[in-house]
Design a protein around this ligand. Sequence first.
Ligand code: HEC
Length: 280
Amino acid sequence: MHHTGRNGASVLALSVALLGGCAGNGEGLDQNGRPLAPGGGSNGPLTADFASIQFHILTPICTACHAGGAAPQGLRLDSTNSYSLLVGIPSTEVSSTLRVKPGDPNNSYIIQKLEGHAAVGAQMPFGGPYLEQATIDIVRQWIADGALPAASAAGVGFGVTSISPAMHVIVTDARVPLVVGFSEDLDQTRIDGGSVRLEEIDRATGTTIREMPVRLSVPAGNPKALMVVPVAPFSDGLYRLTALTPPATGLSGISGSRLGGSSAVSGPVLLTEFEFETPP
Ligand code: HEC
């Protein structure tokens, strides 16, 4: 394993559930492809809001595969990561189509995958049993209504909640989006070229080989997420993404709180370190 935290970068502890494989295929569905209500349905029936979709569909059915470092196409659908990786984020398979396009279910890749007419790959859940159209229609309704996030607890402060690719993942498709999710809406006026740094790192010495120019954007409908798009293509190697902290520059939440808060975090904050490898 590669050492992290060189160059004075602090390591953010991110809890990522690593699943071994795709066991549990179809778990969470009854024999008719209807989602089971986990916990005896204490959370009520499936409704067209994100918390309900997470509880009834994404967590029980999709995270059998879409979780941890090995999640297909880098798409993790556990409750910590799903929203920041879905809404306004380009699909890996068809990068001209957003995974979820707020207000437009027909042009949302997740719907095309659930209904089985996406241009690439299989219908989801992979291998079935598939969701009933009535269930998919509830996901469609959530998207048509603007694909709003689940109501979140206030006052958590500004910090990183989700990062893709996850630490030490091997990425083999350059289209896998780089996304950082935060606990609070970003102050978009403070995002500039100095907000994050993407570098190729020498494996042996941990020093920087080159800095990769990036384009930063906040995806439509997903104001807690920052998408990082390298301008130049990846070559095989080790990459490190860091966030820069004040006073020089740095990201901040809409409430004005900065990364690291009032604690004495100074210098770059390590977000993730991943390998890029061209498939054989
Ligand atoms: C048994 C494993 C498995 C399950 C369960 C599963 N998927 Fe997938 N998913 C895959 C694989 C493998 C791929 C890539 C190959 C393909 O698309 O056929 C994929 C690809 C996708 C993609 C394309 C991602 C992109 O960025 O291009 C989406 C969207 C998706 N899945 C959504 C879902 C949803 C939503 C569920 C739950 C309803 C789900 N999947 C359940 C294995 C699974």
